[in-house]
Design a binder for this molecule. Structure first.
Ligand code: 4NP
Length: 160
């Protein structure tokens, strides 16, 4: 079982979308029994809320329904998950700051480390919260690519 956690700031825009896309791809392949997928935020602003209406609307336009309820990262997540994908470097620092072992640290990566194009690797997933509507499709496209590559990486690891 591969246990993967997606993390952003509020857990209402980027990380619940990454969770939804990853879960959809896993379901399409019929390998749900091999994965546990979740998302959370570093902040407590939106605990219990559904994703942002603009994120949900954009996802629906792309055929994806998001039902996640926001929760905040907890240090116990270092034990509960094997791979922690963070949407930007500021939030990655917040997660790393809560690690208490080298093993924890090794679980944390930036989401865009899974870009194929080298010049995009390690770049932040832009926060669409304060921007216009076009920002949401941009984030969707980034996360669609990166979750596809992330899934390939894990499927390959399972095979080997
Ligand atoms: P997210 O976007 O981190 O992708 O969920 C944000 C959501 C809410 C806020 C900031 C970013 N906020 O400041 O409330």
């Amino acid at each position: 079982m591969r246990k993967i956690l997606f993390v952003c700031l509020g857990n209402i825009c980027r990380s619940p979308l990454a969770e939804g896309l990853m879960s959809e791809k896993i379901a399409n392949l019929g390998v749900e029994d091999q994965f546990k997928i979740d998302s959370c935020g570093t902040a407590d602003y939106h605990i219990g809320e559904l994703p942002d209406e603009r994120t949900r609307e954009n996802a629906l336009q792309n055929g994806l329904e998001l039902k996640h309820r926001a929760r905040q990262f907890d240090p116990s997540d270092f034990k509960r998950f094997d791979h922690i994908l963070v949407m930007d470097s500021v939030n990655k620092m917040k997660i790393i700051g809560q690690a208490t072992s080298e093993e924890h640290l090794q679980k944390v990566q930036l989401m865009r480390d899974f870009e194929q194009e080298i010049s995009l690797q390690g770049v932040d997933v832009p926060d669409p919260y304060y921007g216009g509507n076009e920002g949401f499709q941009n984030v969707y496209d980034i996360l669609d690519r990166c979750t596809e590559n992330l899934l390939s990486y894990h499927l390959q690891a399972i095979e080997n």
